[in-house]
Design a protein around this ligand. Sequence first.
Ligand SMILES: NC(=O)C1=CN([C@@H]2O[C@H](COP(=O)(O)OP(=O)(O)OC[C@H]3O[C@@H](n4cnc5c(N)ncnc54)[C@H](O)[C@@H]3O)[C@@H](O)[C@H]2O)C=CC1
Ligand SMILES: CC(=O)C(=O)O
Ligand SMILES: [Mg+2]
Length: 371
Amino acid sequence: MKIAVPKEIKNHEYRIALTPTGVRELVERGHRVVVEASAGEGSGYADTDYQSAGADIEQDIDTLWRDAELIVKVKEPQPDEVARLKEGQTLFTYLHLAAEETLTRGLMASGATCIAYETITDRDGGLPLLAPMSRVAGRMAVQAGAHSLEKAQGGSGVLLPGVPGVAPASVTVIGGGVVGENAARMALGLGAEVTVLDKSLPRLEVLDHRYQGRLHTVYSTADALDEAIRRSDLIIGAVLVPGAAAPKLITRAQLGEMRPGSVLVDVAIDQGGCFETSKATTHAEPTYVVDGIVHYCVANMPGAVARTSTQALTNATLPFVIALADRGWKQALADDPHFLAGLNVHAGQVTHPAVAEAFGLESADPRRLMA
Ligand SMILES: NC(=O)C1=CN([C@@H]2O[C@H](COP(=O)(O)OP(=O)(O)OC[C@H]3O[C@@H](n4cnc5c(N)ncnc54)[C@H](O)[C@@H]3O)[C@@H](O)[C@H]2O)C=CC1
Ligand SMILES: CC(=O)C(=O)O
Ligand SMILES: [Mg+2]
């Protein structure tokens, strides 16, 4: 099978979908992997590293895409990429469609088979291809929040750990999943006072056990949110309803309850964001201020630490890329219901119920489409 790995073109996106190590695994199975020239540079991999692993390097984007059967990417396709995609091709990447109607309709119009990393499930109820980047983004969220709290960034001038004689900052994490736990762990490590809110009691129980009382866990209600808004120097939005647009948990009116210069980091921005005032930003201009509150809403946070992220992403995606390449998309998805949960669009139809619901579309049953 011909597998194409394009250079990512989203603003300040430095990841690449496969490391040279991943390419070698595919080439040794008899597949042809074509990597766009310089696509690995942002992650510290030269074209020669890919050639040594057995890849062909392609300078011409048209040629790269034209006869590829499988296109493996990192970020959701940008308009130029959607225009290149066609029937018979399989696209495997992050899609986050519930937040992007234009993209959803573009992928439907392409006729291609589009499988999203972020809706593939596992036996334990997890999201194994979202998790590696959620770990990265959760850890980065605290870095980003601490930096945003500095006066020069518009922040309140609070240092997360405080100093002897001065209390630490109060950090609230809404959503105690993978992003939330990793953010909480970093914030605890820096000496902040940390609270995690979640709607899932079993999840709060896991966190309570794991952090042995160092972490406050609070069941998420409107009252709990009100209290957190008044108290917190830094709030990290880390909720997810898989496949669906994020629920809006803090309104613009509530910003007035926060101390000026406090910070909101909305990691859930790739699913539309969980604060009413969130709008996606880029690494070029990551923050903006609304009513005195600093907002950090970068939709591709892991792109900034591309070397770590590319390696972590390939570790998780490689078995699925191998399954697609060895067996073809139909058989690979038919063999594994968790992989099938990743199918978002096929032959003009949306196949993920949460995405269909976001735009009032009919959701096609993927099992019937494959029959
Ligand atoms: N901005 C970026 O660069 C990145 C963003 N993300 C995004 O971060 C978000 C979180 O991802 P994960 O932690 O992997 O998800 P997860 O599924 O591990 O955790 C989500 C948690 O949110 C909780 N939750 C759902 N609705 C809630 C509500 N109304 N109130 C309180 N808690 C609620 C769930 O119970 C769950 O524990 C996703 O939208 C994901 O796409 C992930 C990686 C990078
Ligand atoms: C998960 C995601 O959207 C990212 O890593 O950019
Ligand atoms: Mg994203």
